[in-house]
Design a protein around this ligand. Structure first.
Ligand SMILES: [Cu+2]
Length: 111
C-alpha cells in the first residue's frame, strides 16, 4: 500500500511538472479567406503559435503585413484551395492585406 501511494505521489509530481508545458503548447489558428474577406477579421494568438491562412476563393490571395520587415506575415500568392502557414514569433499588432486586392484587410495580434 505504501508503495502504491508512493507511486501515486510520483505520478502527481510528474503531472505537476508537465502541466505548465502542456498549457504553453503552441496552438494552430486558421484564418479563412472566403468571399474576398479574411475570417476572422482580427485573430489573436500567442507568440509561438502558428496561423494558417486557407484560401477558399477561386482565385489567389496573399496575407501581407502592411509594414514590411515588421515581423508580421508575408505570404506568397496562396492558390485557390491552398493554405499558407506562418509562425507568429514576435509580439505585436500586425495589420495585413491582400496585395492582389488591397481592399481586403485584417489584423493579426500576437500576444
Ligand atoms: Cu486577394
Amino acid at each position: 500500500m505504501a508503495f502504491l501511494l508512493k507511486r501515486a505521489g510520483y505520478a502527481l509530481a510528474l503531472l505537476a511538472a508537465l502541466g505548465p508545458a502542456v498549457q504553453a503548447a503552441p496552438a494552430v489558428h486558421t484564418v479563412l479567406i472566403d468571399g474576398m474577406r479574411f475570417i476572422p477579421q482580427t485573430v489573436e494568438v500567442k507568440a509561438g503559435d502558428t496561423v494558417v491562412w486557407r484560401n477558399k476563393d477561386p482565385f489567389p490571395h496573399t496575407a501581407t503585413a502592411t509594414q514590411s520587415g515588421s515581423g508580421g506575415p508575408s505570404s506568397p500568392a496562396i492558390a485557390p484551395g491552398a493554405s499558407w502557414r506562418f509562425k507568429a514569433a514576435k509580439p505585436g499588432s500586425y495589420p495585413y492585406l491582400c496585395t492582389l486586392h488591397s481592399t481586403m484587410t485584417a489584423t493579426l495580434v500576437v500576444k
